[in-house]
Design a protein around this ligand. Sequence first.
Ligand SMILES: [Zn+2]
Length: 248
Amino acid sequence: MCDTIKPRIAYIELFFNKGDFLMKFACKAATRGNARCRNMVSDLGGLCSTHSEVPSLVVSDQPDVVLYKTNVNKNWSKRLKELGVQLKNPDFEAKEKKHIDHAKRFGREPFKFRGEIADSGVPVFGKDGLKEVSLYELLQELSTIYNVVDIHLRPTKPGGNPHMEVLVVSFSDGEEFVGNTDAFQELMRFLASSCWGHVHVWANPPQDDGRIIHTVNSAHRQDGAQPKQFVGFDDGRWDVQPVKVLVV
Ligand SMILES: [Zn+2]
């Protein structure tokens, strides 16, 4: 009788930069205007020196809307358009002005993080964001919490890569747009085998109507690479976990 060789199964935790001393994260507290604090701390989920002194701490709110944005090449945008995704043409100048005004209304420096691009929010995973990331788990999680209310394409910003378009997916408690179901499934298949070179999550201050929008941006898809970490939603405070690889 032959001996059966049982496969040796082990999970390996790949290198992962959650506690990396080089990384900085946004303090998890909410400011008086209900925006996530812009101060950076060394621990994910930590508090800045100002907020660790506050006796009745308010933690930043779960967003009402999460926008996922990623660059897609022309082949991909063609495929998505075939599935009914529309191309929209935003007024970039007006949007930029809106970001500047929004930042100023909250007493914030619009160019604090990206120099020439205005932001009113804070990059939750620091200025450099996360590297070698899978977003499949996150989008799956978001689709259980929110509805996918819109998927559209737009051109890249002026000065951006003209061979790419930007895919924008909106998650909120609004009405699910069933016309996008096929496109969303196609996107999930794409994300299941995608490793992103860079992922940024931005927590923005409330809009005029009080609604809070967070954005997740992914860039530089690495063909054939194995992601080392994935992003968790954590009620809008955001988290990152190592990808565990099954070794047989
Ligand atoms: Zn703080």
